[in-house]
Design a protein around this ligand. Sequence first.
Ligand code: ADP
Ligand code: MG
Length: 473
Amino acid sequence: MSHNVRKSETLLEISSRKAIISEGEKDFILRNILCETKKFVTAQQFDIWFSCLKIRAITNSSLVFLTPNNFIREWLHNNYVDLFSGIVYKILNSSREVIFSSGDESHEKSLDTSCSADNVSSKNVDLYEETYTVPISKYYSFENFIVGTCNRLAHAAAIAVAESPGQAFNPLFIYGGSGLGKTHLLYAISNLLASKGTIKTLYVSCERFVNHYISTIRSNSWDIFRRLYRDIDVLLIDDIHFFENSQGSREEFFHIFNYLYSTKKQIVITSDCPPEAIGSLEDRLVSRFKWGLLCGIDAPAIETRIAIIEKLSLLWGIDLSHEMAQYLAENVAGNIREIEGAIIRLSKEAKVIKNSFTLDFVKKVVHNLSEGKKYVGIEAIITLVSNKFGVSVSQILSKYRTKSLTLPRHIIMYLSRKLTNMSLTEIGGYLGGKDHSTVLHADEKIKRTLKKDKNLLFILQKLENELQKNSGL
Ligand code: ADP
Ligand code: MG
């Protein structure tokens, strides 16, 4: 990457110029932004979340960061969009919408068009090749993965595969519930292999694979697609249950699997359930997934939860006593991602109270956390929205596409994304078998409309309040 930024030109001049912003200039701006960010986060947090950022595009109205995956994109969006907006304003001396992108989302297409003024897409760089080059955070290592009876086999198998790819277990299939460490293990394999240098590893979420397949149908760029997934030594494919609704991409994956397997390349797969429980997966794929080693990850027992909490508290710079860790392990409901959320919240609040970090304080934060996160079910959303719009639930779930049904359906999808923990596929499935991209588009359409339509904003706020009020743990 070139770094030939003219010394006499200021950041402001670069950003306000109409001409194309070069890679070197983007790099220069990025370095300034990251330098500023370092003032607000610990060195460890910086390494994990921010060091992997790249700038994908700068337009007159927005600055688009490229992140390695959806997980980090969402995390940064939820926790740091305000901080970044401030920093970008400070550095470029004009405000821009800060967007975190990962290349996983199907709306990337529209992003490309909106950025075309800055000539992002005309470089003819394949978006997927570009995003795959973003490094995975070094935090996701085997050392940082706490081992207990719940995940011992998966951890050992992942290490064996990383130590001798193509020779230990092929394929290795890891399954287990959300937030139990499947992606962490794939990243750890990728990081260990990267440290050896010579082995070409590709991590891809199944969602990204499916989106890439769909965009390849449109662009007919099969050469790039096939090269990307075949010219590798190790394929790590995450959340394969996402294939459920996409027969074409499953077919393509079947050929990639056969090619890699027959050339003794390593394949590691994760899913939220065992292969035979993934709906609509063809028998031939199910049986191939079972050729190697299948291993499950269970929810961690209390001792493992405590060990994870102690490790995470070190990382987030909070001083937890064993008693506090025990309290968290027993009282934070849910998976390890939820535990991580609680620790992050504690570390943010601890900065404010400084010296009075007591068990009572921990209890208060945990209590607030569970209060703020009341469970809202999709059934309640469907019933309430149907009611408000004067249509029946069966009409909402039907295939009819009249105008009077489209808006409430879109609102249901938007609210389900916002208030439940369901995936796009699950929401679509619930609403009569819509696919994930339909849900994503509906969600985005409502978000766009909300920016200009105060009436809709008001209606949605009322609906949300009502749902929160009626729900309860
Ligand atoms: P999954 O892919 O199964 O949904 P993730 O791998 O994304 O779950 O894990 C969620 C979070 O919990 C990650 O930040 C991960 O680092 C952390 N985590 C999960 N399992 C462990 C573990 N055994 N030790 C340490 N951290 C863990
Ligand atoms: Mg995952």
